[in-house]
Ligand binder design. Structure first.
Ligand SMILES: [Zn+2]
Length: 397
């Protein structure tokens, strides 16, 4: 683990993760660049991994005595990053992210699980009091005034595998919607990864509309979705049926005891072209006496997926909340607007996801090999920062 340095990380990203070509040619759209795109891209990425994502902070790192240790080829000012990210094509970064997923599967990073899931969720990521880009979504208050503008995106992440890997994002501006963006995102990701990469998609109730569920089906995915009062008829039918009598199954989930009621003979609502709707209800008893209850729907047949596996799939949705948006916002500044321009925002969000995915593969699958114990992300962060105080070895290449 004490090998963890920016230099070692760059070597890992270029070689093992096969991103050398992407780091060299990330889709630069500048006409006559003075500073190489590779220097700026790596500076943004290592800044993200060091949790110093603002353009001012990245500029400060590039001007510091640690620049050589950070493997940032040259210094630059923060305006250069604004100009660069306005013009950087997002497609190569998206492809880089998906190539990491394909590599992870090829290298059996997910092998100890039977089901690979994808979770989608939307969130706000940046606030401005004045409109300034085409992604600005006006937010109206109760008095019908517009106090500010929100920026929003849908994120998709691999879940249910013990390795949460955010892998793409789709912004949605005014006139667009979370669930339309979610469909575009799912089509793009499965179009690139293929229909056999994952087996299910898990979503909150807001996505559980017939068009979204049909899109998932076309893409070869089963759906596990939260059932709330957005489908009053089905929700009422489910509430009338569950919980009633003894649970169909009782099992342990860690320290929690879970009671589950489950049936696959519910009628689909009028616009949903499913043969069956399986609805399940769980009551999860925590050791402190707290009880968590929820209704869910799925088109997995009970002969394919049993209750305990289905429960874990439903719970895997939390990964996009916790290891996705929460980590991205609290540790990587997802909500900070470095440069108020639609493409710059998108590039910032995608680089945050790339940094999260690279950090997890490096820490949990690469440094963890052999007898090395798993370190948490704060420990890796500290080692990377401490390495900056050591003199950089002369480059003999
Ligand atoms: Zn804006």
């Amino acid at each position: 683990m004490n090998r963890a340095t920016p230099r070692h990380l760059l070597h890992y990203v270029s070689g093992r993760l096969r991103l050398r070509r992407y780091l060299k040619k990330p889709g630069d759209g500048r006409r006559q660049p003075q500073i190489p795109a590779s220097a700026l891209l790596w500076a943004l990425l290592i800044g993200q991994i060091l949790r110093e994502a603002s353009f001012h902070a990245v500029e400060a790192l590039a001007h510091s005595t640690a620049r050589r240790t950070l493997r940032i080829a040259t210094s630059f000012c923060d305006d250069t990053l604004g100009y660069f990210t306005e013009r950087l094509d997002p497609a190569p970064t998206r492809q880089a992210l998906l190539s990491l997923l394909r590599g992870a599967k090829r290298n059996k990073a997910f092998d100890d699980c039977r089901w690979i899931g994808l979770a989608l969720d939307g969130s706000g990521a940046g606030w401005r009091t004045h409109q300034g880009c085409k992604l600005c979504r006006p937010q109206q208050n109760a008095a019908k005034q517009i106090p500010g503008y929100q920026h929003s995106l849908v994120m998709i992440s691999v879940v249910g595998t013990s390795l949460s890997l955010p892998c793409d994002g789709e912004p949605y501006g005014p006139g667009d919607s979370e669930y339309a963006a979610g469909q575009r995102l799912l089509r793009r990701v499965i179009g690139s990864l293929g229909k056999r990469f994952a087996q299910y998609v898990v979503v909150d109730g807001g996505f559980a509309t017939a068009p979204f569920l049909h899109t998932a089906g076309e893409l070869g995915l089963r759906v596990v979705a939260r059932l709330k009062d957005n489908f009053p008829e089905l929700f009422t039918a489910a509430q009338q049926r569950f919980p009633c009598g003894a649970p169909a199954t009782v099992f342990q989930h860690g320290a929690d005891r879970v009671e589950m009621w489950d049936a696959e003979d519910f009628d689909p609502w009028e616009t949903l072209h499913w043969e069956i709707v399986r609805v399940f209800f769980y009551r999860q008893h925590k050791p402190d006496g707290k009880v968590v209850e929820a209704y869910w729907l799925t088109n997995f047949a009970s002969s394919t997926v049993g209750p305990a596996a289905l429960f874990r799939m439903a719970k895997s949705r939390w990964e996009i909340e916790n290891q996705g948006f929460n980590d991205a916002k609290t540790r990587h500044g997802l909500e900070h607007i470095c440069h108020h321009h639609a493409n710059s925002l998108l590039i910032g969000w995608l680089l945050t996801m790339l940094a999260l995915t690279i950090e997890r593969l490096y820490r949990l699958r690469y440094l963890h090999r052999g007898k090395h114990r798993v370190h948490d992300s704060a420990q890796l962060l500290l080692l990377l920062w401490l390495s900056l105080s050591r003199p950089c070895a002369a480059n003999s290449s």
